[in-house]
Design a binder for this molecule. Structure first.
Ligand code: PMP
Length: 919
């Protein structure tokens, strides 16, 4: 490997230490965390009875009444300084099912449910003992929770201080067991200790003798982690300088008494993470810095990480040992302390909690100058309640990647597809059996795809292709190469290595009629023969516009080249017609890759905060975008309150990534709100359009949108998009309707619309042929296809349930997805997809799979059988563990049949609804 000229011996030593540290973490994680359960028993199981005991006699619960949040706070006499604790407690009560929420309105359990809760409470002592017999580690958690919950109301009223509840008479007894002496905290402490010892050992071997190796512990407190780390470092006693820091002198005295005599290299020093470090601390020279359960307790995580960075040697390592998941337990225990709620950067924390999720930690570390990362928790996924994260100070160790001021000015943003990025960075811990199976499968798969693999390598340097890494995982790296197309026909595709597949990826949903449907191919051939001139309007374009409006019930339509452009155009038309700017979109939606919709965010104390989802999207591009929760009553409330300032609500009527939802009522509410405040309702029908019904999701849910965007199916396999809607919006394109031979003119005020290839002759020929076919076939085409997909899902789900596979198939129309139905590692899911491809079923790398009219019953049988054999193969290799499914796979919402809302309808739309299939 070539070495950079700036690569000094010290840098080399640090790099080697980082590698040792990661190796030690991996090994220790396998050793220490392997035997622990990924999550304890359900929180609600042991939290509900004590909560019910503490609150059942309040008026709210006694009467089963309903109240606004603020009213309940008044009833309970909550002091203003405890508002955050109150909000967090309400969220916890909601989580355990003691409160239900509709907007601001909170409702307690009814009489029947209260009786059940009383019965549960009377069983609680026995169930508690049984639980503790099975899991003695939980004793500290349960005891602390009970003690805190019993006095929650008093704390909220300001009658007793949280400190007195958690530390009665100043004693640490209640809290101590959470951090030390239980299997989980001890295992994580041993992980830290092994990693730090490995890195110190490596540095000691590489760096000149006499140079101290600086280790810094932050917020060391009573020394729960220090005890483990100091013992592990004792072999290097003569080399290590260990700063034991805390903000409280009490703990420094404790360190002087308890640790300094045994470990002479310990130096207790005061350091307040809220302030930049003083000169007395080892600035810029700490090789290893670590912190257990402390960083979240600072006001602003970004500032804290910056303060820490000032202490670190360039290329040094930071280890963070933090809970990354548990929220409600924290709220109801440590949340009673004022310090829990001091943070001023709620948008970076988990809801109602100072804790950060794993993704947020990565983002914050990245934003504050840390480079490489790894994280270790219980289990393969990120569901572990606790993690050790390792991050490397970017410093001089990666000169090429040093952050320039310009780079720093991007953001803040959420790392795109953070889950993928996380899984990309962490190699999985596989058992020998799994490793052996994986090696054999990899050799087999690569053997059947030699051309694709070698071409992937040969062209990687020149061809930048984001799709080629959609499956990437370090553990499955050798399998990660795109399959190249030889040909496609009907329901089948062939790759360049001669493998044949039943295709269910179906080009991201473009091929409703299968590959190369004869009518579409014929129309395109005819057009190619006649020429592709763009300057003259193609007759196919006029027909396609007519047909599009006929099928969807819209007044007018325009064409674009892609779905992204269609969305961009629809938003512009909505802003133009309403003369307003603000666009509402919903979390987890996707509307293409135009800057103006690539936002994430939410409501923070009622205020909308939106940020770009990726680097290099200027914050200004999403300044007027508000991101609300999909299918949530709170979102409707927010829209209701702000409707008069909104231009448009843009919604995927069924989010393709969350097919378990039944959003009909939500969509109908949106329609009403939009109508009453003159807000444009835009349906992004990219996937649902023409698929669920000729009239798309509008027809299915019985909701008429002002504007709809279409693509995918429309172009019969080539790039073609469209926007359709009422003349009020579309007239801004061409000035509206006018006649020859009178004094009429295009009078409507226009906005700018362009696109050289938007109505290309070839695209229009394809669209016209697709729409013509759909027109002729009528809704029966979709009914049959939807039915076949429901049957496919039913058969696969039946198999999953019988075989206890923690997966389920969710579907809507002819779209279906394999979704986890219980804990499942990304490796298992990815391997299932590779195995299906190996068995001749082309599944999609982004998860959206489709049946088309070209899929015959025999093809469907083959898919179902392949899933069954893939499951049994993977099980032989130790993958896809048997786990009782978490839930019944939900059925999609049936088509809407009730009384129409006349205000939002037109005769054309009424006719469309009349053609709906009977549920
Ligand atoms: N909106 C939705 C709902 C989509 O699913 C997609 C593409 N998957 C788009 C917009 C963007 O379309 P395109 O990729 O054609 O630009």
């Amino acid at each position: 490997m070539q070495q950079s000229t700036t690569d000094s011996g010290v840098e080399r030593a640090r790099r080697a230490a980082w590698e040792q540290l990661q190796r030690a973490l991996r090994e220790a994680a396998q050793r220490e965390l392997g035997g622990l359960a990924a999550s304890g028993p359900a929180f609600e199981g042991f939290a509900r009875p004590p909560l019910w005991r503490a609150l059942r006699d309040t008026r709210f619960f006694r009467d089963g009444s309903a109240a606004e949040g603020a009213e309940l706070a008044r009833q309970w006499n909550v002091q203003p300084s405890f508002q955050r604790l109150f909000q967090g407690s309400v969220a916890a009560l909601q989580h355990v099912g003691l409160i239900t929420r509709h907007g601001d309105r909170l409702t307690g359990p009814d009489a029947a449910r209260r009786r059940e809760l009383d019965a549960e409470l009377s069983r609680y002592p026995d169930e508690r003992s049984a639980l503790l017999d099975a899991q003695p580690d939980l004793a500290a958690h349960i005891t602390l929770l009970e003690a805190c919950v019993a006095r929650l109301l008093e704390v909220l009223r300001g009658e007793v201080s949280g400190t007195d509840v958690l530390f009665p008479n100043g004693a640490l007894t209640l809290v101590e067991g959470i951090y030390r002496g239980n299997r989980v905290s001890d295992a994580f402490n041993r992980l830290l200790a092994s990693a730090i010892a490995a890195a110190v050992g490596s540095l000691a071997a590489e760096l000149p003798a006499g140079e101290p190796i600086r280790v810094l512990e932050l917020g060391a407190g009573t020394g729960g982690s220090s005890a483990f780390v100091l013992e592990a470092l004792s072999p290097w006693s003569g080399r290590v300088a260990y700063s034991y820091t805390d903000v409280s002198q009490k703990f420094l005295i404790h360190a002087r008494r308890h640790f300094a005599p045994r470990y002479p290299f310990v130096v207790p020093q005061r350091f307040d993470l809220e302030h930049p470090p003083s000169d007395e601390l080892p600035l810029g020279s700490c090789e290893l810095v670590f912190a257990t359960n402390v960083l979240h307790a600072t006001t602003n995580i970004r500032r804290t990480l910056t303060h820490i960075a000032a202490l670190m040697a360039p290329g040094g390592a930071l280890l963070i040992n933090e809970p990354t998941h548990v929220q409600h337990f924290g709220t109801l225990t440590f949340g009673l302390l004022d310090g829990w709620w001091l943070y001023d950067d709620a948008e970076r924390r988990l809801p109602h909690s100072p804790l950060l999720g794993l993704e947020a930690w990565y983002r914050e570390l990245e934003a504050t100058g840390y480079g490489a990362f790894a994280s270790f928790g219980v289990g393969d996924g990120d569901a572990s309640p606790q993690h050790v994260l390792a991050a490397r100070h970017a410093g001089a160790a990666r000169p090429a990647e040093a952050r320039s001021p310009a780079a720093a000015s991007f953001g803040p943003f959420r790392p795109l597809n953070a889950r993928l990025i996380l899984s990309q960075r962490v190699d999985a811990k596989l058992t020998d059996k799994k490793r052996e199976y994986l090696d054999a499968f990899t050799a087999h798969f690569c053997g059947t795809h030699p051309t694709a693999k070698s071409r992937a390598q040969a062209y990687r340097a020149t061809y930048a292709d984001q799709r080629a890494i959609a499956f990437f995982h370090p553990t499955l790296k050798e399998l990660c190469f795109p399959l190249e197309l030889e040909r496609a026909e009907g329901a089948r595709v062939w790759d360049v290595d001669g493998n044949e597949y039943i295709d269910v990826a179906m080009d991201f949903g473009c091929n409703l009629l299968g590959h190369r449907p004869p009518a579409v191919v014929q129309a395109m051939k005819d057009q190619l023969r006649r020429g592709l001139a763009l300057g003259l309007r193609s007759p196919a374009a006029t027909r396609a516009a007519q047909r599009l409006c006929g099928l969807t019930g819209h007044e007018r339509a325009l064409f674009t080249q892609s779905g992204t452009e269609a969305v961009m155009t629809a938003v512009r038309l909505a802003r133009h017609a309403t003369r307003r700017q603000t666009l509402v979109i919903f979390s987890n939606s996707y509307h293409g890759h135009f800057d103006g919709v690539l936002a994430f965010g939410g409501l923070e104390e009622g205020r909308a905060l939106s940020k770009p989802i990726a680097a290099a999207i200027p914050p200004g591009a999403v300044r007027d975008v508000v991101v609300l929760d999909y299918n949530a009553p709170e979102s409707l409330d927010w829209i209701r309150r702000h409707a008069s300032s909104l231009a448009a609500v843009l919604v995927e009527p069924m989010q393709s990534r969350r097919l378990g939802l039944r959003p009909g009522a939500f969509l109908r509410e949106l329609r009403q709100l939009a109508t009453s405040a003159d807000v444009a309702l835009i349906f992004d029908e990219m996937i649902t359009g023409f698929r669920v019904h000729p009239g798309g999701a509008q027809a299915w849910f019985g909701v008429r949108a002002d504007l709809c965007t279409y693509g995918k199916i429309l172009g019969g396999g080539i790039g073609q998009g469209a926007v359709a809607g009422s003349a009020r919006f579309l007239d801004a394109v061409d000035g509206g309707f006018w006649r020859f031979e009178d004094d009429s003119q295009p009078e409507a005020e226009r906005t700018w619309i362009g696109g050289t290839h938007a109505q290309s002759a070839l695209g229009m020929a394809a669209a016209d042929a697709v729409l013509g076919h759909l027109e002729q076939a009528g809704p029966a085409l979709q009914s049959r296809l939807n039915g076949a997909t429901a049957e496919l899902a039913r058969r696969i789900n039946e198999h999953f349930i019988a075989e206890e596979v923690p997966l389920m198939v969710l579907y809507f129309g002819s779209l279906f997805r394999f979704e986890p139905n219980g804990p499942l590692s990304p490796i298992d899911l990815n391997l299932l997809l590779y195995t299906l491809r190996d068995k001749g079923v082309m599944v999609s790398e982004i998860g959206n799979n489709f049946l088309s009219t070209a899929h015959e019953p025999a093809h469907v049988d083959r898919v179902v059988q392949s899933v069954a054999t893939a499951v049994s193969d993977l099980r032989m290799g130790g993958y896809l563990p048997r786990r009782a499914p978490r839930e019944e796979p939900p059925l999609p919402e049936p088509p809407y049949r009730s009384e129409p809302d006349r205000r939002a309808r037109s005769p054309r739309f009424e006719a469309l609804l009349a053609s709906l299939p009977r549920p």
